[in-house]
Structures are given as structure tokens and as C-alpha cells.
Design a protein around this ligand. Structure first.
Ligand code: NI
Length: 167
């Protein structure tokens, strides 16, 4: 297994549109294991392939408190959205930034698991938020892009300043 490098906003590669996984193979499963390890090590609750510069429709998530309920979503499709809810989000590609985003409260998603088996999941609460956040990544969208232009400008300035402090 390996810890993968996570792209940091505003990296242009975060805006690439992910392609469908044609076939779930051992290579796919290796990528899933590495992504899971990277997510747990960060630590985070979700990681999309886009964030590790692999532009395939695939993400992992674990919103459990015990960090032992890994969920894998390959070629996820949103079948239904319901309600509306505002909650605070963060992202491993936008470290240290937490902002409120309005999303659907419930989501029904269809995807393939790590064995290529289709499943349908109805999620609500934090998992529903996480699924929508990760699917956004696969479409080339980072959560801060739900915010106003002014807020986005401020976030980019803050991240640039922090980058200079580190270097
Ligand atoms: Ni994210």
C-alpha cells in the first residue's frame, strides 16, 4: 500500500472531469486500497480519485466514528436528491478551510463496489453531504466553488499566504 499525494486547491488538475471506470480490475482495487490508506492517514472522511490526480470516477468514504466502515463508489450516479441542508464542509485538498455549503439532505446513489457489483444506497445526513462533495470532485468541482466569488478569492489568498509561510 502507499500514501498518495493529494492535490491542493487551486491546482488546475482538480478541475479535470473524471472518466468512467471501464472495468474493475486488480489495478482498480490497488488504487482503492491506496486511496483508503491515504484518506485514513490524512485523516479525512472522503477522497476522490481526482484528488490524487487519477481522473477516474471513483471515490472512497468512511464517515463512521470508528473509521472501519469503508465505502467504495465506482461510477457513481445520483438517482434522486431530496430536501436541503446547510452544513460545514472541509476538504483534504483545501486544508484548514471550513465553510458552510447548502446541499440536498438526502441522496440516492447507484454505483459499483470494489468487486464491480452494482448497489444502490439511500443516504442522509453527513454521508449524503460526503457523497455529493465527492461526486463534485469527479466533475472537477471543489466545495469552495459553491461559495461566493469574494469568499473564494479570500480562501485562495489565505492558502497562498500559508504556502509562503511553509516554504
Ligand atoms: Ni474534498
Amino acid at each position: 500500500m502507499a500514501i498518495l499525494k493529494i492535490l491542493q486547491y487551486p491546482d488546475e488538475r482538480l478541475h479535470k472531469i473524471a472518466k468512467k471506470v471501464e472495468q474493475v480490475t486488480d489495478d482498480t482495487r490497488r488504487l482503492i486500497r491506496d486511496m483508503a490508506e491515504t484518506m485514513y492517514a490524512a485523516p479525512g472522511v472522503g477522497l476522490a480519485a481526482t484528488q490524487v490526480d487519477v481522473h477516474l470516477q471513483l471515490f472512497v468514504a468512511d464517515v463512521s466514528e470508528t473509521h472501519n466502515q469503508l465505502r467504495v463508489f465506482i461510477n457513481p450516479e445520483i438517482l434522486a436528491l431530496g430536501g436541503e441542508e446547510e452544513s460545514e464542509e472541509g476538504c483534504l485538498s483545501v486544508p484548514g478551510i471550513y465553510e458552510k455549503v447548502t446541499r440536498a439532505e438526502k441522496v440516492t446513489v447507484r454505483a459499483l463496489d470494489e468487486n464491480g457489483q452494482p448497489f444502490t444506497l439511500e443516504a442522509e445526513g453527513f454521508l449524503a453531504v460526503c457523497i455529493q462533495h465527492e461526486i463534485d470532485h469527479l466533475r472537477g468541482k471543489v466545495f469552495v466553488e459553491h461559495l461566493s466569488q469574494l469568499k473564494q478569492m479570500r480562501i485562495r489568498a489565505k492558502l497562498k499566504k500559508r504556502m509562503r509561510e511553509i516554504l
